[in-house]
Design a protein around this ligand. Structure first.
Ligand SMILES: [Cu+2]
Length: 363
């Protein structure tokens, strides 16, 4: 029996060691992902920078307290540990001085943490309010953001344009987002730009973003700098697949993008595969759920496809917009993205080919 208990103990120790190693390696592997994950400690905008400037000092204060408390705890536990067989010896070899009921001491160690918390609370509360301040200046760009299971919709009321998943913003200009949800609670987060903002059905929330001008100082092809975002409130089976991108552009490039989005949808040349795709699109269920401005498709269930081919990703920025990926999507959306609200429409391969040609022509 003694042997068996020993064996059990050994196995338990091994399990714990194994789990600890596994956990540690998982942590290390997260560092291998290159440009991802992007985080607030590498800010590219005012909101995120203010948050970082608060996190770092608070981290060091908390870290110092952790080290002091753990050191005292470990030293006491080691120094005053039970030595030898408790039943044979009379009490521990060395007994610490007893301080129970020492009022001055208790007052001191209540006041010190209180003061530390006050010192941390003042800049924290100030920043919370500051983050919600909407700049007064007339140069604020307003964008409406709507969370859907599992993609993001953006509307620019000033320009009358609507797009999905990839939000374009001009660098150096304050942007006011008005956020809501079409279905369940989601949360909008671009770590390098600002804090998180939960979005609720039937309610509006606000978030102010301002991307650094330096982000676009070196991009001269007009494509801008891409920052990554993610829904950060569990919202159903494809929550993890509800990503987003922010495309930060110079004022000039942003205006060019706006102009291209305001333009009517491209109409394919008659007789081409894309024209065949347009015919199929307009005579099937697609038009009930999607909008392609200027045609019969005025649905609002799925993303606006008027300028689908101007985006580099689709379906919650989960896939690159390649012909193969779009074809795979049309073949079986829920197979590509679990739970997708776009059903499998049982399209034939030739219909898919034509639809891909059409969708990919909608620049
Ligand atoms: Cu989510």
């Amino acid at each position: 029996v003694a042997d068996r208990t020993n064996l059990k103990r050994e196995l338990n120790a091994r399990n714990i060691l194994f789990s600890a190693l596994l956990g540690a390696s998982a942590l290390f592997v997260t560092a291998c992902s290159g440009r991802l994950p992007q985080n607030t400690l590498d800010p590219a905008g005012k909101g995120a920078r203010d948050i970082k400037n608060l996190i770092v000092p608070v981290f060091f204060v908390a870290g110092a307290i952790f080290v002091v408390v753990q050191t005292i705890l470990l030293v006491s536990a080691f120094r005053f540990r039970q030595r030898g067989d408790a039943e044979k010896t009379e009490g521990p070899a060395e007994c610490p001085e007893q301080i129970h009921g020492n009022t001055p001491l208790e007052v001191v160690w209540t006041i010190i943490p209180f003061l530390i918390l006050v010192v941390i609370a003042i800049p924290t509360v100030r920043l919370i309010f500051e983050q919600h301040k909407v700049p007064e200046s007339g140069s604020v760009l307003e964008i409406k953001v709507t969370g859907h299971q599992w993609w993001w919709e953006y509307e620019y009321p000033e320009f009358g344009i609507r797009t999905a998943n990839e939000i374009h913003i001009p660098a150096g200009r304050p942007v006011k987002l008005t956020l809501t949800s079409q279905d369940v609670v989601h949360s909008f987060w671009i770590p390098r730009l600002a804090g998180k903002q939960d979005v609720f059905p039937g309610q509006e929330r606000f978030l102010v973003l301002q991307a650094d001008r330096e982000l676009v100082a070196h991009s001269d092809d007009g494509s801008g700098t891409v920052l990554y975002g993610q829904c950060v409130e569990f919202c159903g089976i494809s929550h993890a697949n509800m990503k987003l991108r922010a495309v930060v552009q110079s004022d000039e490039d942003f205006q060019a993008w706006v102009a291209s989005q305001k333009a009517p949808a491209k109409v394919p040349e008659p007789g081409t595969k894309a024209a065949e795709g347009k015919r199929i699109f307009e005579s099937s269920a697609c038009i009930g759920c999607h909008t392609i401005a200027g045609g019969p498709a005025q649905g609002r269930v799925g993303p606006d496809l008027t300028h689908f081919a101007s985006r580099s990703t689709f379906a919650g920025s989960l896939f690159e917009r390649t012909d193969e990926n779009v074809a795979a999507w049309l073949r079986n959306p829920p197979g590509q993205k679990p739970g997708s609200k776009m059903p499998n429409l049982g399209l034939s391969e030739s219909e898919i080919e034509a639809l891909v040609a059409y969708l990919q022509s909608l620049e």
